[in-house]
Design a protein around this ligand. Structure first.
Ligand code: SF4
Length: 374
């Protein structure tokens, strides 16, 4: 391996990459700052999330919490509310915890030391390297999926590397290529190249500044690299969800509230509020399990109606067919593990996307079992 790597002149590659980045870097909002707090927020949001999706979340989040102290002092519910829709809610939880540690232990300044940064909740080698290199100019290479793909193609790493020394080989090559003078710019350039040019499918090799050194391009089949991991197949599951609402007046204004519980089932969406629900391999099984769960979560004496409709929703590998069952509580019911939420305020609450989807579909249909599909 080392002889293959040594055939690539790092200085020339680095220069070509940085020159390309200066011409083609997109004006993304987090590129306008070197504030370690803002860089950190953007890096966490961009894990598992497309750039176009992350931009409005990033802007809203920084408007609500412009400093690490403001984030540390905010209630977790508010943080989760602003995160709702981005998924992988553990990230928001960790961000909040880490902000409190940074505020209390580091005077509100993201630590400059790599090992100290990695000890913060939710911060692994990639995030620590990205933040330190971009914000402080610390020479650390940031290896994410996009960067890994570019390097795997540059070297034409054989599929066996996926199991054995794949990450070590990538990391060694990255360290060799890294610009010690401009590590932040270098890391961002490789990320950008992986996102916009060296794409998983149909890489735009004709527009690539690394083409003259790229082994996969020379072989004529860049898409073969890196060898893909087997993906978990999608599973269809049924979800029965309870639509329990009440009408109230607050300061003379009529509002409609829905009863929500924390989490869905099987540890899913644990941080967020959801309509009480249960999974099943069939519609009947899901409903039976929902009634069983409701007996634990909600007061006795619930009166169930026929399903109001069906909608479809994906969560990780689950393809959900959701049936929504309007139900009424006995007089004075509520409380316990459940909480009433004003339906017109769900946009700002710590609720899941699925909850918003059900609320939108059901809006105005409570008590009237009109069928809907989405
Ligand atoms: S030449 Fe093609 S395969 Fe090689 S790094 Fe550039 S875009 Fe990727």
């Amino acid at each position: 391996m080392s002889s293959v790597m040594m055939n690539r002149p790092p200085v020339a590659i680095r220069r070509a990459l940085l020159a390309w980045f200066r011409r083609h870097a997109r004006p993304l909002p987090w590129r306008k700052t070197k504030d370690p707090y803002a860089v950190w927020i953007s890096e966490v949001m961009l894990q598992q999330t497309a750039i176009s999706t992350a931009i409005p979340y990033y802007e809203r989040f920084l408007r609500a919490f412009p400093t690490v102290e403001r984030l540390a002092a905010a209630p977790l519910e508010q943080v989760l509310g602003l995160w709702s829709g981005l998924g992988y809610y553990r990230r928001a939880h960790s961000l909040h915890e880490a902000a409190q540690r940074i505020a209390n232990e580091y005077g509100g300044r993201f630590p400059r030391d790599y090992e100290a940064a990695k000890l913060l909740p939710g911060i692994g080698p990639y995030t620590a390297s990205a933040v330190l290199s971009i914000a402080y100019g610390v020479p650390r290479a940031a290896l994410d999926g996009n960067v890994g793909r570019v390097i795997a193609r540059l070297l034409a790493l054989p599929p066996s590397f996926r199991e054995t020394g794949f990450r070590t080989a990538l990391r060694n090559e990255l360290e060799r290529l890294l610009s010690r003078r401009r590590p932040g710019e270098f890391n961002q350039a490789l990320m950008e190249l992986g996102q916009s040019v060296c794409r998983p499918r149909a890489p735009r090799c004709h527009a690539c500044p690394l083409r003259s050194w790229c082994a996969a391009y020379k072989e004529g089949c860049p898409e073969r690299y890196p060898a893909s991991r087997p993906r978990r197949a999608m599973e269809t599951q049924y979800l029965a969800a309870a639509w329990i609402t009440r009408d109230r007046r607050v300061d003379g204004t009529p509002i409609q509230e829905a009863l929500l519980v924390r989490g869905l089932e099987e540890g899913l969406l644990d941080e967020l509020w959801n309509f009480p629900g249960a999974f099943g391999r069939s519609r009947a099984e899901a409903l039976r399990r929902l009634k069983g769960r409701s007996a634990e979560l909600l007061p006795a004496g619930i009166c169930w109606s026929r399903p109001a409709g069906e909608l479809h929703h994906g969560i990780t590998y689950r393809s959900l067919i959701v049936h929504v069952y309007p139900a009424t509580l006995p007089a004075g019911g509520g409380g316990g593990a459940a909480r009433w939420f004003d339906l017109s305020q769900l946009g700002n609450a710590a609720v899941s996307q699925l909850t918003r989807k059900i609320a939108a579909a059901m809006s105005g249909k409570s008590g009237a079992p009109t069928r809907f599909t989405m």
